[in-house]
Ligand binder design. Sequence first.
Ligand code: ADP
Ligand code: MG
Length: 236
Amino acid sequence: MDVTALNETTKIISQAQKEGRKALLEPEAKAICMEYGIPVTKFELAKNAKEAAEFAENLGYPVVLKIVSPDIIHKSDAGGVMVNLKSKTEVQDAYGKILENAKKYKATAKIVGVLVQEMVPQSTEVIVGAVKDPQFGQTLMFGLGGVFVEILKDVAFRIAPITREDANEMVTKVKAYPLLKGYRNTPPVDIDAIIDTLLGTSKLIMDYPEIMELDLNPIMAYEKGAKTVDARIILE
Ligand code: ADP
Ligand code: MG
């Protein structure tokens, strides 16, 4: 028997398929990222306010709370993200507020729980994406966060799988690349950490052709290392 068939990623994907879910939940997508060596924020899934507070105490403040629901894809739109929570009381209050907002947004939304995660410092934001192109198959995308991708469409694409050299080219090819090398008060970022994330994503989408879309957005890039703040995976 092939032991690789028993890994976490396979389990998560088959569970979602069994439940008829196309969009993986953030903790599922992040657990998959971890298995592929893609750094993500530390997180725990809380089922009640008391649990959320306990997890926050363990993670250390400040923390971020986010709704986990198969019926809510864009969490902020539903008032489902609360950042910079600095105490047990703030966390417990935020838990209640997030559930309340979710109910207001969609009364029938199934709530799995609330994700408690470390709040990571602001930095240069990059995006790694993947889409399954009907013609070219699994394709990777790289760009810098915010206006660079959304307005300027300053992105690089490559058909997967990619080599380290391809990944390096993707990163250096975008017009905003000089920002990654440091600019005025902005320190240079760890390009190797971004390249590793691209390579991990490439392997993931090749291993699982049933992944239709993947979106690591934003990834905070630091002088040392990087952290994926939000991860979405859509199955076909
Ligand atoms: P969604 O895209 O579903 O609305 P996100 O998980 O992207 O939700 O959260 C919205 C925004 O909140 C992020 O783009 C980021 O600016 C901020 N944020 C979310 N999680 C964290 C975190 N762990 N640390 C710091 N900022 C965060
Ligand atoms: Mg997001």
